[in-house]
Design a protein around this ligand. Structure first.
Ligand SMILES: [Zn+2]
Ligand SMILES: [Zn+2]
Length: 320
């Protein structure tokens, strides 16, 4: 079994490219994450043709994000698989639209975001503005990926690693090598955003990192940038990063000396982007930042380290 990595450009400046992985498995081709654009899909198709890959195409999606899934219909796959948690998220988005959007609007409003910014979610949020992508994906009738999946001479094992999305997964392809989607990236910290107050994605994510590390991985194949040759070291760095972040949120609340909204907390956190002032942040970055602040606040609230009071439909957080 040999894994090939194909790299295609995507129109997201912070990420630049997406990795697609492909392998020959008997009379089928197994392909992970087709990517975002039709140009990328046609590069992939040419590669498969030139290298005599089997025509029967099985696509596995590491998670539901548009940069990984949007190009799927362009490849005309015979079968599409994803984790049940992300599969049902997509079905819910499409079949019960705009329910998921309303849940997100509700938590962002409670988080203290101004109404004028919340109202633009379905136009400016990278996922919420691409309901068309999820509609065409749904038409391909994605199936839940079984925990053990054998195709020809390939035997794959699925490890559920929720956090970045509810159905993010790592797929063991043999010899402690894992395809990990966006759960571990080599030089970017994956976005862990809360979009529904009833969830605790940062708790899930840290647990997923521990689970992955305990498997003693030798190589990780991420959705963006380079392959990770020292998985445990990188996983450790990500855990430390979030611990620092949690400390930062606590110290922001401490210094404020009064209860703050999640939006106010987000505006005081340090962000690794080119804009110095919160007011200059592009709106999509504000959505990511607020989602990230909320995921850290929810984690701390569940641990009993911060408390929240709701007044006039807005949460205010303080140190307990
Ligand atoms: Zn992602
Ligand atoms: Zn991604």
């Amino acid at each position: 079994m040999r894994l090939h990595r194909l790299v295609n450009r995507i129109p997201i400046p912070a990420l630049k490219t997406i990795n697609t992985y492909v392998m020959k498995c008997g009379s089928s081709t197994v392909l992970f994450d087709p990517g975002m654009t039709s140009e990328g899909a046609s590069n992939i198709s040419s590669f498969l043709r030139q290298n005599n890959f089997p025509k029967h195409l099985i696509v596995i999606l590491t998670h539901f994000h548009v940069d990984h899934v949007a190009a799927t219909p362009h490849l005309n796959p015979d079968e599409v698989y994803m984790h049940e948690a992300d599969r049902s998220h997509i079905l819910r988005m499409v079949d019960e639209w705009p329910l998921v959007l309303d849940i997100m609007k509700n938590v962002f409003t409670k988080g203290g975001m101004p109404e004028s910014e919340v109202d633009l979610l379905d136009k400016k949020h990278p996922a919420m503005s691409r309901i068309d992508v999820f509609r065409s994906l749904r038409e391909l009738e994605p199936k839940p990926l079984p925990e053990r999946f054998t195709v020809g001479d390939c035997s794959l094992e699925v490890i559920h690693t929720p956090g970045h999305t509810p159905g993010s997964m790592a797929v063991h392809i043999g010899d402690q090598h894992y395809i990990v989607g966006d759960t571990v990236l080599i030089d970017i910290t994956p976005n862990i955003a809360l979009i529904d107050w009833s969830t605790n994605p940062l708790y899930d994510y840290l647990k997923s990192l521990r689970k992955l590390s305990a498997l003693d991985p030798v190589k990780l194949y991420p959705g963006h940038r380079g392959i990770i040759d020292e998985p445990k070291k990188r996983i450790k760095e990500l855990m430390i990063h979030h611990n620092h972040r949690l400390g930062e949120v606590l110290s922001i609340l401490d210094k404020a000396g009064k209860p703050l909204t999640a939006y106010e907390v987000a505006s005081k956190m340090t962000w690794d982007i080119a804009f110095k002032e919160w007011s200059e942040f592009p709106i999509a970055q504000k959505y990511f930042a607020l989602g990230e602040a909320l995921s850290h606040l929810k984690y701390l609230a569940a641990k009993g380290k911060v408390s929240l009071e709701e007044t006039n439909g807005i949460y205010k957080f303080s140190i307990t």
